[in-house]
Ligand binder design. Structure first.
Ligand code: GLA
Length: 703
């Protein structure tokens, strides 16, 4: 049984290898009891700490509430902070009821309620047994007649066993340098990872991992989690001198205020947490499988894509795109994507956003002739849009200047010459749905790249009562989700890519509604190894869109061979973003072979288990291996970065193979057992800076 109840006051959620336990204390409050290696019975749970230090009341350092509310003498980061109609700002949650729901993903719902006021909190727990993950969110409900204002409504707090030598792993970055891995010892105090930008952001990603300071890729206890929210978010790692770390997360409480009227409820985003004793690699693989098998709206590997952005920028037209499409088809591309520049008066980034009608100077007969051409070439067609945005120089803005976020008497700040539409407004959401639905209904489009190229500023909603204006932070995200949901429902065959100036909106919330993510506008194949490694910490290769680009593009001027650029991009979902018109016949031929090769291995890369064998952060060679779920096929990429001094070539130790099975490996002549490959390693000779190899490991099947 995945959800156990002792009939009194204890519950345990059982994964394949983990147990998550909670219990009621003597005051009927819900406390955290355990999160760690699996315990067979609910009665095995340790007693939740009831330790009180002299002069401290309940809520002191040792007390680990499951959903702490601010009230009484609770001074740590609360999940909930509320103000009641009479001005009381103190919440005390006690147990009310619980429900267990069996099913493919079993669920436990524990109902809490304030001792006096009509605020009910339902804590939802879903246990993903195979992945050893617990998904949590809370539903806050006003069950009385008077209003309540929520000022903090986080998704969950994760407690780890007491200890003082914890280390935090998190992802931080910047535009063109997303998802860098940071690892640091945590000391008493609070470390806040957050976005206040209205989107997930390039600067931090809603993921955390804690370990005892000694976990490696393959071994050691790791507690980790990722948040499903694509707006302003916060994860705080709160640690005290007595060694009680806790990690809370959810919608950022900064500038947050939510009036909860009588009868209304508020559902927080979900926060997924996991535990493993097998190191960081196992933590990532469990999140990957969760995304692939449960979260992602579609299953199966992604097609090889071509995107015209870096080749043509805004200078798109039917003839030029058709010529690129021919080249793309000739090297084996399956999906041709027309990026920015096809609509309105869009000649550059100063105009046109919002006017989602086809520019007839560039496409005299509309998009259909190009789409037919692309289809005749055997590819499907995809289109770029940036629905949440408007340029002041656009028909839409001229018609509806009141549709943007703004404060009266203040000039709205432009970024990339654009302003943000207020998706809290129903008419705006309706307009966007109609425009996008019209495009998808009127044309044979099977892919949409949904871009978002500026963060929030002046988040005002002058038409709403002042007490409700702060809802925009949440309502905007809900608005994006709603439009995506409706489009997916109406056009189930269309896939979506999330993009925000590269990887500015990558999180579990958006991956529930999109099939892949544009990882970064930085397409340099070596820089990408760092960005991709960080992406892989929380998100699967299938969702990680990687382009083979031209070397002279804007972020770097690094020259790398075509095969190096391909190998770097083949570590995720492969795309080509180069100007194919300038490629020589020899380059096109080499690309054709590499695309063909990718198609042979992509099931393993995109659907298999990923092992980070050598990190670009730790030496000059990066090695990443992918193993099919049945362990019969594996592919390993090794890429050399910048050489220093006389570093020897490292031996590479594959992982995840069947020890007794016999494998052919492309760098050796004789078949060899999985055990040997994993224990004695493989010698791979990289020929120098920016050289790379792809190694295939295939089980020798009898007969
Ligand atoms: C963003 C995206 C790019 C491209 C441009 C188009 O920067 O990240 O891939 O689509 O917008 O303007």
């Amino acid at each position: 049984m995945p959800v156990l109840f002792d009939g009194g006051c204890r519950w345990a959620l059982q994964g394949k290898n983990v147990t998550y336990g909670i219990e009621l204390d003597d005051e009927n409050r819900l406390r955290h009891a355990y999160f760690g290696a699996r315990l067979p019975r609910v009665t095995d749970l340790p007693k939740a700490d009831s330790y009180h230090f002299p002069h401290e009341s309940p809520g002191g350092p040792g007390v680990r509430y499951e959903y702490p509310a601010w009230g009484s003498m609770y001074y740590r980061e609360p999940c909930l902070k509320a103000t009641f109609a009479d001005g009381v700002r103190d919440t005390r949650l006690v147990y009310e009821d619980h429900k267990i729901e069996e099913g493919e993903v079993p669920r436990l719902i524990v109902g809490l309620r304030d001792e006096l006021y009509s605020l009910r909190v339902s804590l939802h727990y879903r246990i993903f047994e195979e992945q050893d993950l617990v998904e949590r969110y809370a539903v806050l409900e006003n069950v009385g007649g008077e209003g309540i204002t929520l000022e903090q409504a986080l998704s969950a707090v994760w407690h780890v066993p007491p200890g003082s030598s914890y280390r935090l792993t998190h992802l931080a970055g910047q535009f063109a340098g997303e998802t860098q891995v940071y690892r640091e010892e945590i000391s008493p105090g609070k470390k806040v990872l957050e976005s206040r930008r209205g989107i997930t952001s390039h600067h931090a990603n809603p993921f955390f991992a804690l370990d005892w300071g000694d976990a490696t890729e393959d071994a050691g206890e790791v507690w980790f989690g990722a948040l499903g929210w694509s707006g302003s978010w916060k994860i705080s790692v709160d640690h005290d001198v007595r060694g009680h770390p806790q990690v809370s997360g959810g919608i950022n409480d900064f500038d947050f205020s939510w009036p909860l009227e009588a009868g209304a409820s508020f559902t927080t985003p979900f926060f997924v947490g996991g535990y493993t004793s097998d190191g960081f690699g196992a933590a990532s693989r469990s999140l990957h499988r969760y995304v692939m098998d449960h979260l992602s709206p579609t299953k199966g590997p992604r097609p090889v894509l071509y995107n015209s952005w870096e080749a043509t920028l805004f200078d798109v037209n039917e003839e030029g795109q058709a010529a690129l499409a021919e080249k793309a088809a000739s090297i084996g591309v399956e999906l041709f994507v027309l990026d920015d520049g096809w609509f309105g008066e869009r000649r550059d980034d100063r105009r046109g956003l919002g006017d989602w009608w086809v520019n007839r100077k560039k496409f005299p007969d509309g998009l259909d002739p190009l789409i037919e051409k692309v289809k005749a070439l055997g590819m499907s067609f995809g289109l770029w849009v940036e629905p949440e945005m408007v340029n002041p120089d656009s028909d839409l803005y001229r018609q509806h200047p009141e549709w943007i976020y703004r404060f009266p008497h203040r000039e709205p700040t432009e970024s990339r010459n654009q302003l943000l539409l207020n998706l809290a407004k129903e008419e705006v959401r309706e307009h966007l749905f109609e425009v996008l639905d019209g495009l998808l209904t009127g044309h044979d489009i099977s892919f949409i790249k949904w871009d978002m190229n500026r963060p929030f500023s002046e988040p005002g909603w002058p038409e709403a009562p002042p007490g409700r204006q702060r809802e925009v932070w949440v309502r905007h995200v809900w608005g994006v989700y709603e439009v995506l949901e409706r489009l997916r429902e109406r056009h189930p065959g269309v896939a979506f890519e999330t993009c925000a100036s590269g990887g500015g909106r990558v999180d579990l919330g958006i991956l529930r509604l999109t099939d892949q993510a544009w990882t970064s506008d930085n397409t340099d194949p070596y820089d990408r190894l760092f960005i991709q490694e960080g992406f892989s910490i929380a998100y699967p290769a299938r969702a990680m869109m990687c382009w083979v680009a031209d070397p002279e593009k804007w972020v770097r001027n690094r020259e790398a061979s075509l095969s190096y650029r391909f190998h770097s991009a083949m570590m995720g979902s492969l795309g080509i973003g180069a100007d194919l018109m300038r490629w020589t016949e020899a380059e096109l031929e080499e690309a054709r072979e590499l695309v063909e090769k990718y198609k042979q291995i992509r099931d393993t890369v995109q659907e298999g288990d990923q092992y980070r064998l050598l990190s670009p952060r730790e030496g000059r060679t990066t090695a990443v291996q992918y193993v099919s779920r049945d362990r019969s096929r594996s592919v390993l990429f090794a890429l050399c970065g910048v050489r220093r001094f006389t570093e020897p070539e490292p031996r590479i130790f594959p992982r995840g193979l069947e020890p007794d099975a016999l494998y052919n490996i492309t760098v050796e002549h004789e078949p060899v057992t999985g055990a040997a490959l994993m224990r004695r390693g493989v010698e791979i000779n990289l020929e120098g800076e920016l050289s790379s190899v792809m190694v295939e490991i295939t089980e020798v099947r009898a007969g």
